[in-house]
Design a binder for this molecule. Structure first.
Ligand code: ADP
Ligand code: MG
Length: 249
């Protein structure tokens, strides 16, 4: 029996020049857990996600994902970075699909280049994932012919194609009309139900309350409150958290 979290962030601190953006952030997520991170703009949510995969190396602190542990700014080996990133899939607000590639090729490219899959294997997996996100009929299209909601579901399929253990989402529905956001949220809900470990930065309070099992509220680079979703959202302890929740509800 182990009760060890799968993702563990310990005392993560990040500054840009004199501006400290993250201060001693501690968070952990168990395998299969879904953590929603909410909080005002500028509070450090995106920076925290980028520290998890070391796109932004933290100045201090320890990131553990599965059996990989990386500490602060100490020189990080390519091997450790690769091992860390191979466990993490990321989905951004702005989809970031390759516009000059078909939907199918968007999903097969990294499978071939990063995982060394044959094009036949990669296509089979891509089609399974496109079916899973409800877009098998878009395989031959270019992203520009797809709606924003469809593009984001394709971006999710692309990330899943690399077999991540954890999916990181940075405001995946913020650029979408509410209706198109719903189709993305429904794919994310299915993913959560299937047992994927997820860390989701979001303004969607119903997702935070109903799909995620834990919620962290960030403000000014700190975790203001953390706990089981319903408790945090319905019964926040601090005035600052109450103020934020009133503003988003
Ligand atoms: P959030 O995602 O919660 O809106 P961010 O993590 O994007 O917050 O930003 C937190 C703070 O860090 C902001 O004050 C932002 O201006 C600053 N920041 C983010 N990225 C950089 C960067 N590359 N260089 C300098 N400052 C940055
Ligand atoms: Mg952000």
């Amino acid at each position: 029996m182990t009760n060890k979290p799968y993702v563990k962030l310990e005392q993560i601190t990040k500054s840009y020049g004199a501006h400290t953006v993250l201060r001693d952030v501690n968070l952990s997520v168990h395998s299969g857990g879904v953590l929603a991170i909410i909080g005002p703009s500028g509070s450090g949510k995106s920076t925290l996600l980028r520290c998890i995969n070391y796109i932004e190396p933290p100045n201090k602190g320890i990131v553990t994902v599965g059996d990989v542990t990386i500490e602060g700014e100490t020189p990080v080996s390519r091997r450790d970075l690769r091992a860390l990133r191979s466990k993490l899939g990321m989905v951004f607000q702005s989809f970031n699909l390759f516009p000059h590639l078909t939907v199918l090729r968007n999903i097969t490219l990294a499978q071939e280049r990063v995982l060394g899959r044959t094009s036949a294997e990669a296509e089979l997996i891509a089609m399974q994932l496109l079916t899973r996100v409800g877009l098998a009929d878009k395989a031959a299209q270019y992203p520009s012919r797809c709606s924003g909601g469809q593009q984001q579901r394709i971006a999710i399929a692309r990330a899943l194609a690399l077999d991540p253990k954890v999916m990181l989402f940075d405001e995946p529905t913020s650029a979408l009309d509410p209706e198109l956001g719903l189709e993305v949220l429904s794919v994310m809900r299915e993913l959560a139900t299937s047992g994927m470990t997820m860390i989701v930065v979001t303004h969607e309070m119903s997702f935070a309350e109903n799909v995620s099992d834990h919620v962290a509220i960030m403000a000014d680079g700190c975790i203001l409150e953390y706990g089981p979703s319903r408790e945090v959202i319905r019964n926040p302890q601090s005035a600052r958290a109450r103020q934020f929740l009133r503003a988003v509800n």
